[in-house]
Design a protein around this ligand. Structure first.
Ligand code: ZN
Length: 317
């Protein structure tokens, strides 16, 4: 009996390690890869919850995972500021794809509104519909390694796109319910440009697009001016960023007689914990949209029927 158990274990572990190994930088890309690959691949993201991708450096265990990977997927658009050399090195050995950058139509990429002229805004996952374009790109990459299952990857990608399209509509309806004069989203850094453009809410980040530079005193003062002038009721902290600058804005606004509250923590550059619904792209955007809509006086739209199965899976209403 014991021999059979051991043999089974060996067979199972053999089966597991023969699955395709995909390593991604962000968990948002891992979410797409899991949806598209299904059971046919094992997916690991280098960056976990609360990790800032602009500053992230590869760890020894990342390097081991990258060595064992069949396919490496990353965002590009200069999101992974510190990983260029490592990804370049592995690119000489195996497929390493800037899958978000490569999936975007050039005219949909937003410009970096900050000082870095000519560079792009990398935070594409904030627009559910636009980010869904990554799924066919992942399907193509997987089909390139495993042509026999190309149709499966394509079908999985189509199903994921349909889910994100339903989510997109839900976000748009929810945000549209916020009174127009309160439709302004103030956060710690400029991660919400795509969100604002897609869903019709004005966005102001204290810090520029990347977190590599500290928020300057002038940036904080400018944000305080905006918050006071527009009587912004609520501003938001981000899960990957020190809340210090947001707190500074609140204090300064208070000293000028305008009281502003914190509307909870938004997921900007990383998702919630793996294994929870906020550790999925749908759950991340659902959390953000609920927090933004409720804090700014709107009413969250009815959850779409197309995502009822998703909600059931996580025991959510
Ligand atoms: Zn960012």
């Amino acid at each position: 009996m014991r021999a059979i158990v051991v043999l089974m274990a060996l067979l199972l572990s053999g089966a597991a390690s023969s699955r395709m190994q995909i390593v991604t930088t962000t968990a948002m890309i891992a979410d797409v890869a899991r949806a598209v690959a299904g059971e046919l691949a094992q997916v690991r993201s280098m960056m976990g919850p609360g990790t800032d991708p602009h500053l992230y450096q590869a760890t020894p265990s990342d390097i081991r995972a990258l060595q064992g990977a069949d396919l490496i997927l990353y965002n590009g658009l200069l999101l992974e500021g510190q990983l260029g050399e490592v990804l370049g090195r592995f690119g000489e050995l195996k497929p390493v794809i800037k899958v978000v950058e490569a999936s975007m139509p050039a005219d949909r990429i937003l410009a970096n509104s900050g000082l870095a002229e000519g560079s792009a805004d990398p935070h594409v996952w904030m627009d559910a519909s636009l980010f869904s374009l990554v799924a066919p790109g992942v399907a193509d990459a997987l089909a390139g390694l495993d042509a026999g299952n190309a149709a499966v990857y394509r079908a999985n990608a189509d199903a994921y796109v349909a889910q994100l399209e339903a989510l997109h509509e839900w976000i748009a309806h929810s945000i549209a319910s916020i009174p127009e004069e309160h439709r302004i989203l103030v956060t710690a850094h400029d991660a919400f440009g795509y969100y604002g453009a897609a869903y019709g809410i004005e966005v102001a980040g204290i810090q520029g697009l990347s977190t590599e530079t500290e928020a300057a005193v002038a940036d904080i003062r400018e944000t305080v001016d905006l918050v006071v002038e527009l009587s912004v009721p609520t501003i938001f902290v981000e899960s990957t960023i020190n809340p210090r600058t947001i707190e500074a804005v609140i204090e300064a606004a208070q000293s000028r007689g305008h009281s502003v509250s914190i509307g909870g923590e938004l997921y900007s550059d990383a998702m919630g914990a793996e294994g929870g619904h906020e550790g999925t792209l749908i759950g991340m955007l659902r959390h953000n949209t609920t927090a933004i809509t409720e804090s700014l006086g709107g009413e969250v739209a009815q959850w779409p029927a197309a995502l009822a199965d998703w909600a059931r899976e996580w025991n959510l209403p």
